[in-house]
Ligand binder design. Sequence first.
Ligand SMILES: NC(=O)C1=CN([C@@H]2O[C@H](COP(=O)(O)OP(=O)(O)OC[C@H]3O[C@@H](n4cnc5c(N)ncnc54)[C@H](OP(=O)(O)O)[C@@H]3O)[C@@H](O)[C@H]2O)C=CC1
Ligand SMILES: O=C(O)[C@@H]1CCC=N1
Length: 266
Amino acid sequence: MKIVFFGAGNMASAIFTGMIEKGVVKPDDIYITSKSNRVAAMEFKEELGVKVSYDDAELCRDADYIILASKPQNFSDVAKRLRPYLEKKTKLVSVMAGIHIAAIQEETGMENPVARIMPNTNAMVQYSVNGIAFSDDFSDRDELIELMASFGKNVVVGEEGMDNITAATGSGPAFLYYIYEMYAKSLEELGFSKEDADKLTRNLVIGTGKTLAERPESFEKLRTDITSKAGTTEAGLNTLSDSTIQEIIFATLGSARDRSKKLSER
Ligand SMILES: NC(=O)C1=CN([C@@H]2O[C@H](COP(=O)(O)OP(=O)(O)OC[C@H]3O[C@@H](n4cnc5c(N)ncnc54)[C@H](OP(=O)(O)O)[C@@H]3O)[C@@H](O)[C@H]2O)C=CC1
Ligand SMILES: O=C(O)[C@@H]1CCC=N1
């Protein structure tokens, strides 16, 4: 198997590190290339044993998958690198937000099979949530689904579902980090030192995440288990649910989804 990453940034490295750590591909099967940051690429070569190349003919030769992992605005440059050498049998897998399958086929000029995937940075700890949408001619879908299962849980959607997935779980970790940031800031306001506020918030989140991983009960049940009649949790929740938190979250996801749609207007 030969998997080539065009882009070796946050998302690409989260994916190939996840795949290698789970052992579904050998480091030797992975080629990476970047635009200009050769130092970062060489560090991955040293740490993980992946291959680094800037020879586009070598990269494209006999590739099973080419992963498009640049920013959407750099895609035209990537397509320019691919066009002279891309082979018809190679499947393209795009991580880029908001670029449609048809646009990828048009820019690369070959109409290769394309899958759009939308993971998140939790791929680094093998806990991504991945949306996947396939072009009609994409064969052997299970192989890609299995590769992606090495770094997260998969949800196959139609291409029209990708804008929502991008908002919900692609950008999702950033929304949650922002909430944790505000939680820690509030702990500082209560009087904790910055260091303790960070430690308390971080471990609260880790512990809650581990509980969710182990207990299948609904969010509501887990919440009510903690809420004593006329106790502290109830008092806090009365304030939390009085405010417009669901509306704020819904509006946040809506803005992210709309931006994903806008990015696809090329
Ligand atoms: N970050 C996230 O949480 C998520 C990101 N995505 C998507 O993943 C994609 C990448 O994002 P992210 O990893 O954060 O971005 P980064 O900026 O971290 O990485 C972008 C990479 O693309 C490389 N690149 C740019 N131009 C070219 C080129 N012409 N040829 C080859 N490589 C090139 C860059 O190389 P160099 O460093 O040399 O410039 C860099 O390695 C985006 O399209 C984004 O929509 C999807 C899900 C989640
Ligand atoms: O912010 C972005 O556009 C990308 C897509 C999802 C997460 N990061």
